[in-house]
Unconditional design. Structure first.
Lengths: 295, 189
């Protein structure tokens, strides 16, 4: 059962043709590579049954939270505490914002109520195969209501990042610590009443770094001091309201800014190692279905 | 070669690559090993020339498809080609050298995985550098990437050593010998 000569010649030609096609594809601008996204989603779906258990195993061996996981009940209570703390801060900020708005408009506008939020827990099925890409592949997609920019969290209120792209069954989340994630505005919680604004940019080693701005303090009142251990919460108008006051991380280091005496440069590290998480919570905005119609 | 066995092992290697990499990251540069490349090296050590090159292309292609590359201004793109070509050249290096290698030795897999990974990463960095030269909106710093990737190549050698302990006993399942026998019989007839 030998191969026919024509068939052999065709198979010999196929390899150089394939190589030539790959050279062209390797150099063609990314705007022409959209078609590859479908194949990429397919390969991620195919790899998921193996990569997901291995990732869970890796997360068990090397947990995302330093020092190992606390007992289940303690973890649950901590999660609830963090959730309500975030809620309290968000409501307080929202209250202040609305008061300011009412004052400015002298009352009388109807504000849209906040859209209801649905929390969807999904497992991380893998990371990128290349070192330079920090995107996490999560097993939840458009069919679950996930869209681009859907906010992802870990362990309740630790901010993970935003969805970069949502496929039918999978989505790709860009962690806030990814170098290309861009800067993020947070509030250093120096007290329960509030704190100082800071603009943080990812460093590339899993931390974020930036200036903490000290407000001008009235005569006689000490300026609040930023210290390692303080929590930093999201306070960035670019992010959705439902994500405000989620935890960005904890201050690891405080250094004086060389050029501005009233500023401190802070280094913030998320409370978990974001690249190692095996499960995320997606905060999906639910669309209201009732358009005012009666029963 | 038994392509079904190859596909199953490649699937498992891809799972290792995507699942274990974050846990195996080392240092601030996040060096991580590859698990798919040692498989390509293993096939190149044993399979006929053309079959080995096709296997390298297949391995490189699946790595390309699972690499979401960040682009400037947000978003990410899948770029087909850099790893496929890189694995092809890395595989060609192994094919060129395999006559003087002890194929059944795990250390051979380790060293060849390291060298092939270095070649593959040089090709990837070259392809991405060309893209940055003509203004493709990708976030890529060639110099630092090359250094990190060469470090990762050494780490891939360690993964190659570990994988060789699994792959070498699996050699009969790949059917390399069977194919060579078929070819001899065909040549005689």
């Amino acid at each position: 059962m030998g191969r026919r000569p024509g068939q052999t010649a065709a198979s010999r030609r196929l390899l150089p043709i394939t190589i030539a096609a790959l050279v062209v594809l390797a150099l063609v601008p990314v705007r022409f590579m959209a078609f590859a996204g479908w194949f990429a989603d397919l390969s991620a779906v195919v790899a998921a049954p193996v990569s997901q258990p291995l990732r869970a195993l890796a997360a068990w061996v090397a947990p995302a939270r330093a020092g190992g996981s606390p007992p289940e009940q303690v973890a649950e209570l901590e999660q609830q505490r963090d959730h309500y703390a975030a809620l309290y801060h968000r409501m307080r900020d929202e209250n202040a914002r609305l008061r300011e708005l009412v004052r400015q408009l002298q009352g009388g506008i109807a504000l849209n109520p906040e859209l209801p939020l649905r929390l969807y827990t999904a497992s991380v099925v893998g990371a990128s195969s290349d070192l330079s890409s920090p995107l996490l592949t999560v097993r939840a997609g458009r069919r679950h209501g996930v869209e681009r920019n859907t906010v992802a969290t870990v362990a309740g209120v630790q901010l993970l990042g935003r969805v970069d792209r949502a496929a039918e069954r999978l989505c790709y989340v860009r962690p806030i610590t990814a170098p290309e994630a861009g800067s993020i505005i947070g509030t250093v919680m120096v007290s329960d009443e509030g704190g100082l604004l800071c603009r943080l940019a990812p460093v590339g080693d899993g931390t974020l770094r930036g200036d903490a701005e000290f407000p001008a303090s009235p005569e006689g009142r000490p300026t609040p001091e930023v210290a390692p251990g303080h929590l930093v919460r999201l306070s960035d108008p670019v992010w959705p309201p439902s994500a405000q006051m989620l935890v960005i991380g904890q201050i690891e280091r405080v250094e004086p800014a060389p050029d501005a005496p009233l500023r401190r440069v802070i280094t913030v590290r998320p409370t978990v190692r974001l690249e190692r998480v095996s499960e995320v919570v997606l905060r999906i905005l639910q669309e209201t279905t009732d358009e005012g119609g009666g029963p | 070669m038994n392509w079904l066995t190859f596909a199953i092992v490649a699937w498992f290697a891809l799972g290792l690559e995507l699942g274990l990499r974050p846990a195996l990251r080392l240092g601030p540069e996040a060096l991580a090993p590859s698990f798919v490349l040692p498989l390509a090296v293993f096939v190149c050590l044993w399979a006929p020339h053309r079959v080995a090159l096709w296997a390298c292309l297949a391995c490189g292609l699946i790595v390309d498809l699972t690499w979401r590359h960040p682009i400037s201004g947000g978003g990410a793109a899948t770029i087909v080609g850099p790893y496929a070509l890189g694995y092809l050249l890395g595989g060609q290096l192994v094919l060129t050298l395999r006559g003087v290698l002890i194929r059944g030795n795990p250390l051979t897999m380790a060293v060849m995985s390291m060298l092939a990974a270095a070649v593959a990463h040089v090709v990837v960095v070259a392809a991405m550098t060309v893209r940055t030269l003509y203004g493709d909106p990708i976030d890529f710093a060639p110099a630092s990437e090359l250094l990190v990737r060469l470090g990762a190549s050494a780490y891939t050698g360690v993964a190659g050593l570990a994988l060789s302990l699994l792959l070498i006993p699996l050699t009969p399942a790949f059917g390399f010998q069977q194919q060579a026998t078929h070819r001899r019989i065909a040549r005689r007839s």
